[in-house]
Design a protein. Structure first.
Length: 255
């Protein structure tokens, strides 16, 4: 039997160059991947690419397929399938300043502020116009004094000039009340808010959908109740023009 001679020369191996060429291609791919990763703005994709390259170099194969999308222009509009939602968005963008400045409003009510019939202040929730009970309501009663209608005229015109929601909030001092009409300060404070609402909707045709009422009795004083002056300040109805946009549909609501 003839055995092959291990030292026998079989001629040159012309396929050895493919090993070096495969290593070169792998390294070039790794370079391009690193360049892509450096330029990519998507951190998650960059991380996936880096991990895939490491795995590929260790295993000697490339198994990661990059999927990328050419970023398009950034849109400045918000798409919505709800036409009503889109309308509300446009309306909100149009409203820049919902509440006029306190200084501008104070000029309209200069005489009323000077005589102590009303007070004004700004709060995070909006503009607060406090109507003193002594000027607008008889003690223990919820009927507005007709002499104060010219002041309410100005307030009604102000409310009509802005699209905001408005809260009408009644307040009392802590002294108990009990008469033929009201059994507690809660009832009195709520009744005064309702009286203000009725006047604004009937006399000035402000939609009821823009207004809300509340009665706080003596639970939200603005001054201590230890002396008559402080209690007098706490007896009030606050007209609060809220820093809150009102959808046009609610603004057009019925009386």
């Amino acid at each position: 039997m003839d055995f092959p001679d291990p030292h026998q020369h079989h001629g040159p191996n012309h396929e050895r160059w493919m090993i070096s060429w495969a290593d070169f291609i792998t390294l070039m791919f790794a370079v391009f991947v690193v360049l892509f990763t450096s330029a990519s703005t998507n951190k998650n994709t960059a991380k996936q690419v880096s991990e895939a390259v490491i795995t590929a170099l260790k295993s000697g194969s490339i198994s990661f397929i990059m999927r990328s999308r050419t970023p398009g222009p950034v849109s400045t509009t918000r798409e919505t399938k709800d036409p009503a939602a889109g309308s509300r968005l446009v309306e909100q963008q149009k409203v820049v300043e919902l509440v006029p400045s306190l200084q501008a409003i104070s000029e309209r009510f200069q005489n009323e502020i000077a005589t102590g019939k009303i007070e004004m202040r700004e709060e995070p929730r909006g503009l607060v116009i406090s109507l003193r009970q002594a000027a607008f309501f008889a003690s223990g009663q919820a009927d507005l004094n007709p002499d104060t209608y010219p002041i309410v005229d100005k307030i009604g015109a102000l409310i009509l000039s802005v699209p905001n929601r408005v809260n009408l909030e009644g307040h009392t001092d802590p002294l108990p009340i009990h008469n033929w009409r009201f059994g507690s300060n809660w009832e009195l404070s709520a009744a005064r808010s309702i009286a203000m609402l009725d006047l604004l909707t009937e006399r000035y045709h402000i939609p009821r959908g823009r207004l809300s009422i509340a009665g706080y009795a003596d639970t939200a004083p603005i001054e201590p109740n230890e002396d008559p002056e402080g209690r007098a300040h706490n007896r009030r109805v606050d007209v609060v023009i809220l820093s809150e946009f009102l959808p046009s549909q609610a603004a057009r609501g019925g009386r």
